[in-house]
Design a protein around this ligand. Structure first.
Ligand code: PEP
Ligand code: MG
Length: 603
């Protein structure tokens, strides 16, 4: 029975939350974008079975190599040649005769099944690489691990983590979405993402936003209510999905799509105009970037530099830790796109919802409160050191600054500064140049850092407020938890009061302060943030013109009045009502054609 034979499915409407704005129409594909590695099956094979196991190995190599080449091509197209180059080594390793010989010996002599043999051979060879003097070969150990993971994926599932056959123009429906999977969707013609769980500030969402893919999260039971092949309209403006919609709805959305296009091309007229309020108050608008493609997008909308370079996204699309030289090249490429603006490079902030496949971390009950950010870097000094050296070397020729994530207080800040001094000393001893006065900034994203901002101000050159984490820690509400959606609210009065205090104190201490969390990229918040005193925002490149439009439509005195009224309120719902009411009277985005039964929360 086709879906249209079923009257209950006709024009079914499903609600969700807008994580990345836009409209899309396409054919649904259900897939699992959150599959983590499974256990490795182990068994003894008979002599007669050994050749079959080797045939499985050879087939897995061919399939994994094809997959790797496809990933490499996509990365080359969307991120650049440098990023794509690192896959070359893996392709060579996968074809390496030593690996095949080792697997063969284990299958034939030790009677291992091929999965166990691959696992064992990879362990043996990477231990060998890791023991070598030459740092180049030592780094290849992590490439080997990734090769092993790809081969085991092939052997276990006969495929890549997500369906390799996503048809062009599809809408992906998934239970969850791992950040590391999002780059794989790029260039596959995915028109929209429908996620059952997910969150507004998860890194998967941040990546989808930076790729401009419309996305709805918290879509209850999406994979039961939508079937592969269903025609869906994803309204990531009002937060709803129409499944197999009737012609009238299709026509209305076609018109809305045209209106949106008109709005977007009108925004392009703002590229050359300054980000100033109607009464002339200048707001610095920098960009949040993660990969070269973001830097290109940021440059195309004339961002005033990079306010937040999430280097973990560079690490995430690799299959091993990039070397110091590779990092230098990535950072240089971004800095060059944004010159003469400054590029603020945040040192690696992995852990919690930003895992690296090739750097497994011990499980923790509360990873968001665990070993992440600077803590993780202090525990892994070689990673920190090579990253600092790459950034410092770049500072010799480009305007770059260092940003420290998840700082929890003075001791940690001083310890981080000591490591930076040590890296400078090493470079000086090796005769390598760098900018000795490179600016150092601290993220304010823990309540302790927010409390101590006055003291921290004496030790840093600038601050960047990470509201995504600050909100989660202030409200004790997990930013990626589905259950916390209504609790995790940046318009909570405690959050607003802390933001107001942060700007006040930093300004009094003469230290520049910017805000780079996701609320900076949402025009609903722009007027309030200006009213609270923020004069510098770092935003997703795809939203920069929307934010500039919001700035250019605001009078500073109105913004200050809004902030004053908000600061007098002590209930989140009152604040939300006030801010949304103010926004709806100004919103330039065309209204969706069908009234939503509930108002979607904005992001
Ligand atoms: C933040 O926490 O607001 C932030 C910008 O850092 P991230 O989203 O990468 O954790
Ligand atoms: Mg953060």
């Amino acid at each position: 029975m086709s879906n249209t034979d079923n009257p209950t499915l006709a024009a079914a409407m499903i609600l969700g939350e807008v994580a990345s704005t836009g409209l899309a129409r396409g054919s649904a594909v259900l897939c699992d974008c959150a599959r983590r590695s499974t256990a490795i099956p182990r068994r003894e094979v008979s002599e007669a079975e050994a050749p079959t196991e080797m045939e499985r190995f050879d087939a897995a190599v061919v399939a994994a190599e094809g997959d790797l080449l496809a990933v490499q091509n996509r990365v080359r197209r969307s991120l650049g040649e440098d990023e794509a180059e690192v896959f070359e080594v893996q392709i060579l390793l996968m074809r390496d005769v030593e690996l095949r010989d080792a697997v063969r010996a284990l299958c034939f002599d030790k009677r291992m099944n091929v999965e166990a043999a691959v696992d064992e051979a990879i362990k043996q060879l990477s231990a060998l690489f890791a023991s070598l003097e030459d740092p180049y070969f030592r780094e290849r150990a992590s490439d080997l691990h990734d090769v092993g993971r790809r081969l085991l994926d092939q052997l276990a599932q006969g495929g890549a983590p997500i369906s390799p056959a996503l048809p062009d123009g599809c809408v992906v429906v998934t239970g969850d979405l791992l950040a590391s999977v999002v780059p794989q969707l790029e260039g596959r013609g995915v028109r929209a993402l429908i996620v059952e769980r997910g969150g507004l500030t998860t890194h998967a969402t941040i990546l989808a936003r930076s790729l401009g893919i419309p996305m709805l999260v918290h879509v209850a039971n999406a994979s039961e209510r939508i079937r592969s092949g269903d025609q869906v309209i994803v309204d990531a403006l009002a937060g709803r999905i129409f499944v197999n919609p009737e012609a009238a709805i299709v026509d209305k959305y076609a018109q809305l799509q045209v209106d949106l296009q008109v709005h977007r091309s009108a925004l392009k007229d703002l590229v050359e105009l300054p980000a100033i309020t109607l009464d002339g108050c200048a707001i610095k608008l920098a960009a949040n970037v993660g990969q070269t493609a973001d830097a290109v997008a940021a440059a195309s909308v004339k961002a005033e530099g990079v306010g937040l370079y999430r280097t973990e996204f560079v690490f995430m699309v690799q299959n091993r830790f990039p070397s110091e030289d590779e990092q230098y090249k990535f950072y240089r490429s971004t800095a060059e796109h944004l010159q003469p603006g400054e590029t603020v490079i945040r040192v690696l902030d992995v852990g919690s919802d930003k895992p690296l496949n090739y750097f497994p971390l011990p499980p923790e009950g509360n990873p968001a409160l665990g070993c992440r950010g600077m803590r993780l870097l202090f525990a892994n000094p070689t990673i920190l050191h090579s990253q600092l050296r790459a950034i410092l070397r770049l500072s010799a020729s480009h305007p770059v600054a260092i940003l420290l994530p998840m700082i929890d207080g003075l001791d940690e800040l001083r310890a981080a500064k000591a490591v930076i001094e040590q890296a400078k000393g090493d470079l000086a001893a090796a005769g390598q140049s760098f900018n000795p006065g490179i600016r150092i900034g601290a993220m304010i994203e823990t309540p302790s850092a927010a409390m101590l901002i006055a003291q921290l101000a004496d030790e840093v050159d600038f601050f960047s407020v990470g509201s995504n984490d600050l909100v989660q820690f202030l409200l004790a509400a997990d930013r990626i938890s589905e259950q916390m959606v209504s609790t995790y609210d940046p318009l909570h009065p405690a959050v607003i009061q802390v933001l107001a205090r942060l700007v006040r104190t930093a300004t009094r201490k003469g230290k520049p302060i910017s805000l780079c969390g996701e609320i900076a990229s949402d025009p609903v918040y722009t007027k309030l943030l200006i009213g609270l005193g923020f004069r510098s925002l770092s935003v997703s490149p795809g939203r920069l013109l929307d934010i500039k439009h919001a700035i250019r439509s605001t009078h500073l005195c109105d913004a200050e009045d809004l902030a004053r009224r908000v600061l007098q309120l002590s209930s989140t719902s009152d604040i939300r009502a006030l801010v949304l009411d103010d926004w709806h009277r100004r919103s330039p985005v065309p209204s969706p054609p069908v009234e939503s039964p509930t108002s979607a929360r904005h992001s």
